[in-house]
Every structure is written in structure tokens, then in C-alpha cells.
Write a protein that binds this ligand. Structure first.
Ligand SMILES: C[S@@+](CC[C@H](N)C(=O)[O-])C[C@H]1O[C@@H](n2cnc3c(N)ncnc32)[C@H](O)[C@@H]1O
Length: 229
């Protein structure tokens, strides 16, 4: 049986319950606690996921530092931090980091990796921190917000948390729909992103790609700013 099918059975005991995102992620984080499959592809080894995480971390830090060469003391919101694999790099770069995830198990593990960051248990479409950030990162998260209204609400909400001259860095698998996607994934095209952003005051200012050989996909790195800048 394919690993994805087995995981689906394990995380959805009757096999026909409707998909509930926060329950799925909390169950997955518990099931893979202490390993990397909670956040990486379940078909890859932990070593491969670690390798891929290192590659994406370098590219994301570069994308941020191209725009913000002196991060010391600047604020960064890590939206959907998972088990905190990238959080220590943001702290080390000098950012004051606030990291959010809706899985309490993920947050508990992330706290052990990055004691300097502040962790918040919350869902991104409903997040309300009453403050703004110089940088917001959303790394391998938006694909997993499968409900289109929640996806749009998340983009609007991130816009509200972005400082006037701040940047949002989205790292995501963006492209055409592939029929074999799991319940916890929903592909969107670059056009869908561009259209959704017109409903906020955000606009894409830079795009680059990273091909992850183990996952056999090319992911996009979008740098986004307030459109009025
Ligand atoms: C694939 S993992 C990526 C984690 C991390 N960004 C990384 O790259 O290692 C996706 C994470 O997003 C979280 N997540 C998904 N939807 C969310 C939502 N609506 N609100 C908050 N967290 C969410 C999941 O709990 C999970 O930890």
C-alpha cells in the first residue's frame, strides 16, 4: 500500500470522514513526533527532508536579505512554522521572531528548537496580533489551506500584519492542478495568486524558483510588498 494511502487511513480512522485541516495536522504532528515527516513529504527519508530544508532555508534567507540586508532587531512573523525547522535560522539572522501554527504539538516541538522565538498557537485566517512585522514568511503552508475562502482570508490577514515597507516571502508549490493530490493539498496557479492579491493591497515584486530533486517539484519564491510602495 502506498505510504500516502496508509497515512490517510491512519489519520482518518473510518476512511470517509470529511477532511478537517487542523485535526489532520495535529494528528500528523503527533504521529510523526520527533521526526521530519510531520512537515516533509512522507515518501522521503528524514535525511532527504533535512537536505531539502537546508536548501530552502538558504534560498529564503537570501531572498529576505536581498531586501533587508540588516535584519538585526527587525521583526519576522513565521506563518505556519511547523516544528520550527527554519525558526532558528531567522533568529540567528537577527530577527525578533514570532512563529505561529495551529498544531499545539508542532508548537511544543518548535519551542525546543528556537527558545528565542515567541510561539503562538493560532489559525492563519483568524490570526489577530494587533501589530505589524517587517517580514512575514509563509513556507510550504498555503498549499495546505485547501478552502479557497480561508486561503483568500489568510492573504488578506497577512497584509494586515505587514509593516508599510515590509515584505512577505511565500515559498510554495504553485502551478497547474495535478489530479493525484491528497486531501490536505490544493494547487493554485500564479494567476490565481496574482488575482487573489488584487483583493488585498499587496503585489508580487519578485519571483524565483527552487527545484527540489527529492520531491521532484519546482517551487516558487515570491517576494510581496504593499502595492503602494
Ligand atoms: C508542510 S508544513 C511546513 C512547516 C514549516 N513552514 C516548514 O517549512 O518546515 C505546514 C504547516 O502549516 C501548518 N498549517 C496548515 N494550515 C494552517 C493554518 N490554517 N493555520 C496555521 N497553521 C497551519 C501545519 O500545522 C503545518 O505545521
Amino acid at each position: 500500500m502506498a505510504i500516502k494511502t496508509l497515512l490517510k487511513k491512519l489519520l482518518n480512522k473510518s476512511g470517509d470522514q470529511p477532511f478537517v485541516a487542523d485535526r489532520y495536522w495535529e494528528d500528523r504532528h503527533r504521529f510523526y513526533r520527533g521526526g521530519y515527516k510531520a512537515v516533509g513529504s512522507v515518501e522521503l527519508s528524514d535525511a532527504h527532508i533535512q537536505e531539502q530544508t537546508a536548501l530552502k532555508q538558504d534560498r529564503i534567507i537570501n531572498a529576505i536579505q536581498e531586501e533587508i540586508p540588516n535584519p538585526e532587531g527587525k521583526s519576522l512573523l513565521e506563518a505556519g512554522c511547523g516544528i520550527g525547522l527554519l525558526t532558528p535560522a531567522f533568529c540567528k539572522a537577527g530577527f525578533e521572531v514570532v512563529a505561529v501554527d495551529f498544531s499545539p504539538t508542532a508548537i511544543a516541538e518548535a519551542e525546543t528548537r528556537a527558545g528565542d522565538a515567541q510561539f503562538i498557537h493560532a489559525s492563519l485566517p483568524n490570526l489577530k496580533l494587533n501589530r505589524t512585522f517587517n517580514v512575514i514568511t509563509v513556507i510550504d503552508v498555503l498549499l495546505h489551506i485547501t478552502d479557497d475562502d480561508e486561503w483568500q482570508a489568510t492573504l488578506k490577514n497577512l497584509a494586515r500584519h505587514l509593516a508599510p515597507t515590509g515584505i512577505i516571502v511565500i515559498f510554495e508549490w504553485i502551478g497547474e492542478w495535478r489530479g493525484d493530490l491528497s486531501d490536505h493539498c490544493r494547487m493554485r496557479s500564479m494567476n490565481q495568486y496574482a488575482t487573489a492579491l488584487t483583493a488585498t493591497d499587496l503585489a508580487i515584486s519578485k519571483v524565483s524558483q527552487l527545484t527540489l530533486d527529492h520531491e521532484k517539484v519546482t517551487k516558487q519564491i515570491l517576494t510581496i510588498r504593499h502595492a503602494r510602495d
